[in-house]
Design a protein around this ligand. Sequence first.
Ligand code: 6PG
Length: 281
Amino acid sequence: MQPSKQPSHSEPYGLIEEKVATLTLPNADEVIVACDADSLIDRIAADLVVHALECVRQFGDFHLALSGGSTPEPLYRRLMYDPNYRMLPWRRTHLWIVDERRVPFDDPESNFGMIRELLVIHADIPPEQVHPIPVMNARPDQEYENDLREHLEWREKGQDRLDFVLLGLGSDGHTASLFPFSEAIDEEDHLVRINEGGQTPEGGRVTMTYPLINAARFVAVFAYGEKKAEAIARVAQGTENKQQLPIAGVRPIGGKLHWYLDEDAAARVLWNSETEPPVPE
Ligand code: 6PG
């Protein structure tokens, strides 16, 4: 299939025809490929609003976990300045952080620092519903896990989970701070772990683990740009385990996994789709 490069803005949010190709990836319930990063941001922002409104309707609140890195920065800005997305029910939202470097929040490397600056200070979110990871404390993993459990246990059994987890993808296949061959990859019980890997500053990182991520109602993997193409080709191949390719360990048990890609990120998989299916049956 030759993807169209001509998005239409006639649909709500200009989204529907901007989904230029349909792909499959292992474990994914849906793979959205937009013609460019800008259209992709619209699509994921619109889906986020729909999920948030639905959760507030069902449960009275919405538990959202956001990643750092550079990829989501334009999304966070768009959520604040674009009137289409200002209806996100921030007053009913609990904001959690997927992973964090153990640096103060005013350090440029701090994910929460970035999210606070782009989102929190502009959103109508009650301060007690903002949950940064207490990275400078001795056991931020234990404290954050307790905080998560305390807030989620108000939900009825089965619904006591994160509602929407936004994940990024590193070019080495890591996600959150779950790096290839790192210790937290094998965690089966704890929801949060201190972990090493990547360009980790002294003291390590703190990360949500697969047991927490895979219990979520909805997981969105968000990646655009050609730097992500190789990692996505490896995912499509489906031959590597989670130690080699940590994103491969993301498999929601009772929830949905959606990938949000642009054409550049999906380039190698789209190319394959012209001659053979990206994922062998
Ligand atoms: C972080 C996240 C990490 C990130 C990927 C992608 O950096 O805080 O831990 O998992 O999502 O490394 O990063 P970019 O979005 O900067 O490419």
